[in-house]
Design a protein. Sequence first.
Length: 259
Amino acid sequence: MAQRRTDTPDTATIVLEPVGTALPPFTPGQFAMVYAFGVGDIPLSVSGIDGRRLTHTVRAVGAISGALHGVRPGQTVGVRGPFGTGWELSEEAGRDLLVVAGGIGLAPLRPLVRAALAELGRYGRLSVLIGARSPHELLYSDETAHWQAGARVLTTVDHPAPDWMGDVGVVTTLLDRAVFDPSTATAFVCGPEPMIRATADELVHRGVAPDRIRVSLERTMHCGTGHCGHCQLGPLLLCRDGPVVTWTRARPLLLIREL
């Protein structure tokens, strides 16, 4: 590992540099299987792509993520990939872009925002809506402030701190102040599943076509190659057919309880 930054008390961003031959190029939205030696591996979306380097943001919620959260520069982890589908920003020339992130869901959307900001003239207006449980759980606060130069960035929290001066409420409350034409916009949504459902349904209600809404779904992934079946969601194996799918494909599956 080349660098490590603590984002929140339980979340860190790690920058990995290959010790040998680099993996094939990743695209925003794809993920890697990252291995903590002696503990196990988990899927981690890329939160930054810089040449041969890969950046991942990991929240310590279990044994493996806790081990990866605790790695320090100079230590070695295993990486397989790239796996899965990406956000496919290359198809969006001329369209307004709406990015909606909940919690650590901002991590896989970060490379997308960076790519859009690098080619602002290629797209329409860019809005980035960010939600978190509390101000202390907001990711990349310094960087998102700089995004304001090329995008409309709005942030809200569920539980404000005494010194919080921003919005309070769920992330969908920010949609009224986003700048996009529903008839031509493409939306990219990632976060907890209830937040994804609420956001996508609200966007459809506002006139965004379901096939222009892309969501990143999460299920337990073990192999990353579509063989073990742990990440099955109806006919989809999300490590292979996802994690990014259109709302047209996702909505009927998410309506089935326990699927």
